[in-house]
Design a protein around this ligand. Structure first.
Ligand SMILES: *[C@@H]1O[C@H](CO)[C@@H](O)[C@H](O)[C@H]1NC(C)=O
Ligand SMILES: *[C@@H]1O[C@H](CO)[C@@H](O)[C@H](O)[C@H]1NC(C)=O
Ligand SMILES: *[C@@H]1O[C@H](CO)[C@@H](O)[C@H](O)[C@H]1NC(C)=O
Ligand SMILES: *[C@@H]1O[C@H](CO)[C@@H](O)[C@H](O)[C@H]1NC(C)=O
Ligand SMILES: *[C@@H]1O[C@H](CO)[C@@H](O)[C@H](O)[C@H]1NC(C)=O
Ligand SMILES: *[C@@H]1O[C@H](CO)[C@@H](O)[C@H](O)[C@H]1NC(C)=O
Length: 440
């Protein structure tokens, strides 16, 4: 409601705003005096008129372009926001509605709502590309697409123990029918979509993620980072291969190394709760397991890109103990801190994510959502390229979990099980990471 008021606030004339204030007052009074009221709220809103209607091209057949869904601002880390976004898309798909472009949050604040810095979807990802790639599956719209001077149907998601998966599902089904469905706009009120119940198989999420392409400006920055990583490798490679006839660029391994103190506190608690010792890896353990993968694959010398929290950038210990044949770098040592510094938290995180996605080998922690999403996308990419033997030793884009011991004292091979019926394992972590056992 607040978001909508803000959005349309600029175009409301004073009479309508007075009406609005009156209306809101009535609403508040109503909530105060009838606290048990939790039904549907009807209200009038004036939308900006815009007659350049979205075209109903045949390729968009599948999702109705004139029925819309509005969701609350997406918050927290990049991964939480990506999951929230996909969940909002899949909710809209279930209602056969176009999702009005949601706002991401540029900064990483958990409580201070006013510091969240909303950033529009199309300042991060390509809007047209998204609709082209996801055509027929899910659809994004702009607020200016909403044509009618219409009423908005509010849909309040319940919360707490009593709001079960089944109840949530029947609410969605109810709102996709009859008089509810007549409304041009449905606005879901309540918490961040990340916290909504999950009704969709993993592969549907993967399909949405695949349609998220960074805008050119950010892609160029990713390009700069990746070519800088390749450059340090190549310089070394030329030195080492002097006199040989063929020149091979060095591979790079991206390691999502989580050893900062906040993570350690979090993961120690998690280990206690889940009664396991395979969540928190020390720096020593990570280095050893990554080294053993690379040695096993006979890929030395190799460049190691350390995707670490900013607070570890000044800690030289992460660069130590890698030994012969390994060239560890983080953004500071690569001299690319400047590229990141220009951007907000969200964009910095999106760049690092992409660098991990493109790495020849990725090694992460299976209890990290960031790592899990990277592996999901890498697995999806392998399937897209029809890599038949995903568990073979010679595949492109292999991923590993350093917190789980694998073959020859290395890390465990990690591919996402695309048949999972929900996103559960990705949002909350698991150490059953490998479904390579028993495969080729
Ligand atoms: C109407 O929508 C089109 C395309 O969505 C946009 O380019 C244009 O700026 C909008 N016009 C107004 C007045 O909002
Ligand atoms: C959405 O509605 C359109 C038109 O009624 C229909 O052709 C299409 O199959 C529906 N799509 C989904 C995903 O239900
Ligand atoms: C706007 O909505 C009303 C009621 O839902 C409908 O009767 C009318 O035809 C719509 N106007 C346009 C321009 O779509
Ligand atoms: C690292 O240390 C330098 C000065 O020694 C400081 O300017 C910089 O902000 C520090 N960076 C981080 C991420 O703590
Ligand atoms: C550097 O990181 C290591 C490993 O996490 C930690 O033990 C050490 O205290 C850190 N040093 C500084 C100066 O932050
Ligand atoms: C993948 O997930 C499905 C559904 O949860 C499960 O039945 C199957 O056993 C899993 N496959 C592997 C190899 O773990």
């Amino acid at each position: 409601m607040e978001a909508l008021l803000k959005l349309f606030g600029g175009t409301l004339n004073s009479i309508t705003s007075k009406c609005m204030v009156l209306f809101v007052t009535i609403l508040i009074l109503r909530v105060l005096f009838f606290p048990s009221f939790d039904g549907i709220e009807w209200r009038n809103l004036v939308y900006i008129h815009n007659h350049s209607q979205p075209s109903m091209s045949s390729s968009e057949f599948g999702i109705r372009p004139f029925k819309f869904l509005v969701v609350p601002q997406l918050v927290w880390g990049l991964n939480n926001q990506k999951i929230a976004f996909a969940r909002a898309c899949l909710t809209a798909r279930m209602l056969n509605r176009t999702l009005l472009m949601p706002s991401f949050s540029a900064s990483l604040f958990y409580k201070e709502i006013e510091l969240l810095q909303p950033i529009s979807f199309d300042k991060v990802f390509q809007f047209k590309k998204f609709n082209a790639l996801c055509s027929g599956f899910v659809r994004l719209g702009r607020y200016s697409d909403v044509l009618n001077r219409t009423r908005v149907l509010e849909m309040s998601k319940g919360s707490g123990r009593k709001w079960t998966l089944d109840r949530d599902l029947s609410q969605l089904k109810e709102y996709s029918k009859g008089s509810y469905d007549d409304y041009e706009v449905i606005e879901i009120l309540g918490k961040n979509p990340f916290l909504w119940h999950d009704h969709w198989p993993l592969k549907d999420y993967a399909k949405v993620f695949e349609c998220l392409v960074l805008i050119d400006e950010i892609r160029n920055e990713v390009e700069k980072v990746v070519s800088r990583i390749r450059e340090v490798g190549n310089t070394r490679s030329i030195e080492l291969q002097k006199g040989r006839s063929s020149f091979q660029p060095l591979p790079y391994v991206a390691v999502h190394m989580r050893i900062e103190i906040d993570w350690m506190i979090h993961c120690k608690k998690l280990e206690q709760r889940l009664n396991t010792d395979q969540i928190c890896s020390s720096k020593k353990e990570i280095v050893e397991r990554v080294r053993n993968i690379v040695i096993g694959l006979k890929k030395t010398p190799t460049v190691i890109y350390l995707a670490v929290a900013d607070k570890l950038l000044n800690n030289s210990s992460i660069m130590e103990d890698w030994g012969e044949g390994f060239l560890p770098y983080e953004k500071k040592k690569l001299g690319i801190e400047g590229i990141y510094k220009k951007y907000s938290y969200l964009i910095q995180s999106a760049i690092d994510y992409e660098v991990c996605l493109q790495a020849d080998i990725f090694v992460g922690n299976s209890f990290s959502t960031f790592s899990s999403l990277v592996v999901l996308e890498r697995t999806h990419k392998m399937i897209g390229m029809s890599v038949a033997r995903m568990c073979g030793t010679d595949v492109r884009w292999p991923s590993y979990a350093y917190n789980v011991p694998g073959e020859s004292n290395g890390a465990m091979r990690w591919i996402t099980n695309m048949s999972e019926s929900s996103l559960q394992t990705i949002s909350y972590g698991t150490n059953h990471v490998s479904n390579c056992k028993g495969h080729i």
